[in-house]
Design a protein around this ligand. Structure first.
Ligand code: 5CU
Length: 369
């Protein structure tokens, strides 16, 4: 029997167009080439990376060819038996561009993603990117254009939306356009939490606190604001895939709901409930998908419990979290996430296979070679 397909829906790339954009800049985010031409350039992605007191080769993070090379992405897929990947631009997307610059860069990057996928013999699809600083009409125009590109299955979106967060009424035309185009929103963090929460010793722990805690909390707050503002009442068909197994949404959903039910600020609605008409439980079961990039069976089980086993999708986060040992072929992040899915389902191999691939194929209509 042929092995079940494995689909990676959380896998990033910095296409060459985007790297050229970063290279042309001197303000964060930007790409810093080093005098040693053999050393990979440094990506200065956050204001805290732009520490001019440090020598250039210690600022930000090294961005080697694995972040942009499609051949290396495909080699990674072959090494780990991944049949199909749905690639997305890595953070910080186009959040930092001016309203005038955004639309043309979105078009360039999205066209490059479509080209990459169309020459990949059915093993690649993509989540496109939007120009969030542009006027809403231009963003809506790009969504319409994307809906005609054969390999685009959704868009990746940061937590700031148009700059005021995902409860911003200015997003209404964007939600409507995404809902009618049936494009999935892949909600992904970038900004984390204010660095003060990590304390004065934060740098001793490298990126551990912002990545393991800041990212998931950022996503949790963004999605909760989206729900609280009634987005899913007004757009009942909107589809959202939340990164990193929903941040902490699965664990905190009961508490979030309880706080709403105890909040006088919300009037009681017809059903005697407070808050949005469509409760959090219902929205999680009908509008939300979670990736399984959570590195533990406990996390996968929590995700499955709140959204259902048919709404959890495998991912790797490649090329982030590469092996630290020189020359290692197998990525721990891949092995850990596959193991977490298999262990979470135990004997239910069919459910594990669906999370590893079948759910994504069905949801995104992927033609798997
Ligand atoms: O964990 C992740 O998803 C990431 C990511 O996407 N981008 C990044 O800069 N670090 C970690």
């Amino acid at each position: 029997m042929a092995p079940s397909p494995i689909v990676d829906i959380h896998t990033h790339v910095y296409p060459t167009t985007y790297l050229a954009l970063l290279r042309s800049r001197t303000e964060v985010p930007y790409l810093l080439d080093l005098p040693d031409k053999l050393a990979p350039p440094r990506l200065i992605i956050l204001p805290s990376d732009d520490d001019l007191a440090l020598p250039a080769h210690q600022r930000g993070r090294p961005i080697d060819s694995s972040y942009s090379s499609i051949n290396q992405k495909i080699d990674f897929m072959k090494t780990h038996d991944i049949t199909t990947s749905v690639v997305s631009l890595a953070n910080p997307w186009l959040d930092f561009l001016s309203p005038e610059e955004g639309p043309q860069w979105a078009e360039k990057v999205n066209n490059e993603l479509e080209d990459i996928c169309s020459t990949s013999l059915k093993c690649l699809y993509a989540f496109a990117t939007l120009p969030p600083s542009a006027p809403a009409s231009r963003i809506v125009g790009e969504i319409h254009r994307l809906s005609l590109l054969p390999h685009i299955r959704g868009i990746i979106l940061g937590t700031t939306g148009l700059s005021k967060g995902l409860d911003d009424h200015g997003l209404e035309p964007i939600w409507s356009a995404l809902e009618s185009a049936k494009l999935l929103i892949f909600l992904h963090p970038h900004y984390g939490l204010p660095s003060s929460v990590y304390g004065p010793r934060a740098s001793e722990y490298g990126h551990v606190l912002p990545l393991s805690l800041g990212f998931p909390m950022e996503t949790t707050v963004a999605f909760t604001r989206m729900w609280l503002s009634g987005v899913f009442d007004r757009h009942p068909k909107l589809k959202v895939l939340i990164a990193h197994a929903g941040g902490t949404v699965p664990f905190l959903s009961g508490r979030i709901d309880s706080c709403v039910q105890h909040e006088r600020h919300f009037p009681e609605n017809e059903g005697g409930k407070r808050g949005p008409k469509r409760g959090l439980k219902e929205v999680l079961r009908e509008n939300v998908w979670l990736d399984a990039v959570v590195y533990s069976p406990t996390g996968v089980r929590a995700a499955v419990e709140v959204v259902g086993k048919e709404r959890v999708l495998f991912g790797t986060d490649h090329p982030f979290f590469p092996p630290l040992e020189e020359g290692a072929e197998e990525w721990m992040s891949m092995g850990t996430n596959v193991h977490a899915v298999k262990e979470a389902f135990g004997d239910d191999e069919q459910a594990a296979a669906k999370v590893l691939g079948g759910n994504a194929i069905e949801l995104l209509g992927l033609d798997v070679a």
